[in-house]
Design a protein around this ligand. Sequence first.
Ligand SMILES: Nc1nc2c(ncn2[C@@H]2O[C@H](COP(=O)(O)OP(=O)(O)OP(=O)(O)O)[C@@H](O)[C@H]2O)c(=O)[nH]1
Ligand SMILES: [Mg+2]
Length: 372
Amino acid sequence: MGLQEEIDAIEEEIANTPYNKSTEAHIGRLKAKLAEKKDKLERQQAAGSGGGGGYAVEKHGDATVALVGFPSVGKSTLLNALTNAESETGAYEFTTLNVHPGMLQYKGANIQLMDVPGLIEGAAGGRGGGREVLSVVRTADLVLFLLDVFEVDQYERLSEELYKNKVRLDTEKPRISVTKSHKGGIKVTTADGVDLDENTIKEVLREYGYVNADVTLRQNLDIDQLVDALMDNRVYMPSRVAVNKVDLINPDYKAEVDAELQEMGIDPEDAIFISAEKEKGLDVLKEEIFQSLGLIRIYMDKPGRGVDYEEPLILTEGENTVDDALAKLGGSFDDRFRFARVTGPSAKHDEQQVGRDHELEDEDVLRIVAQR
Ligand SMILES: Nc1nc2c(ncn2[C@@H]2O[C@H](COP(=O)(O)OP(=O)(O)OP(=O)(O)O)[C@@H](O)[C@H]2O)c(=O)[nH]1
Ligand SMILES: [Mg+2]
């Protein structure tokens, strides 16, 4: 049996096995096996097509957004409206890749937007240009779905495609720790509220070759999330939904769009309604992108030059310490650092003296005091 046939057979067996407590461990094992075989098949295809897997896309700016949508929904129009794409395109090495980048400048941050048109045509099963396009999506910090106001159900196809390609949206990486041991088999410790049977967890781990190990689950996971947690090639990132061409609808139709969004699990309040062509709603969209990326602005107080409010240092909510600021500043600050002074939202009082692990917030003013 070829690899593809094996995959088909396992998928069929999973589909035909009713899920309940007595079949849970068996399904767990099947899903673990399935994930492994799919990865193997993908690696074979990558090798066959000369792709080699490690496709590197250069990142520019403070953060990257992948713009994902069906043909003709208005991706290029939006990119041109938001960025300086036309003038910048030549500067990037995307000639062999069907990806169009542009730089959005907003609140002092440089946000790279990537128009990835080939996702739907090429992605299924990783053929054609799909894999390269997906590697671009996988390295992004945010996925922005762009939907046509008359076809918002496209969202399902798009998110399915990303899921199949190991992109996990709007969810944290599952918290689980696995430590190999020398004897005693697989020992499972679970936090309160974990529904999976110990036996299921063991079966899944055995499928991945563990014989002796200590496993701790700190949160409730289903089988798919457990498999995700054990495979190290899943990427986790936030996503937002923008609905384009709203200039074409009359106000009555909006309720219908809202209902459709709701049906797909999208709160219409969270969707961003725009017209890329008429440049409507774009200010809201920019702000939502900025917020979703968790970007924060740090105004540097430079000795003798005052506070620079024009070009803030951009950090993210996850990497927002003084240490992170030093790293981003580069140069010799790091070695010569004595302390910092902070004024603003994160400071208890103006000019608060802080150390390296102080966590900065949006619009803090930061002064580094260094040794001479
Ligand atoms: N009425 C209206 N038309 C729009 C809007 N945005 C884009 N269009 C039109 O929709 C068509 C497709 O727009 P593109 O920007 O080329 O779409 P795309 O998503 O880049 O398409 P592909 O590159 O083929 O994937 C063009 O004729 C645009 O003028 C909008 O907000 N309102
Ligand atoms: Mg286009």
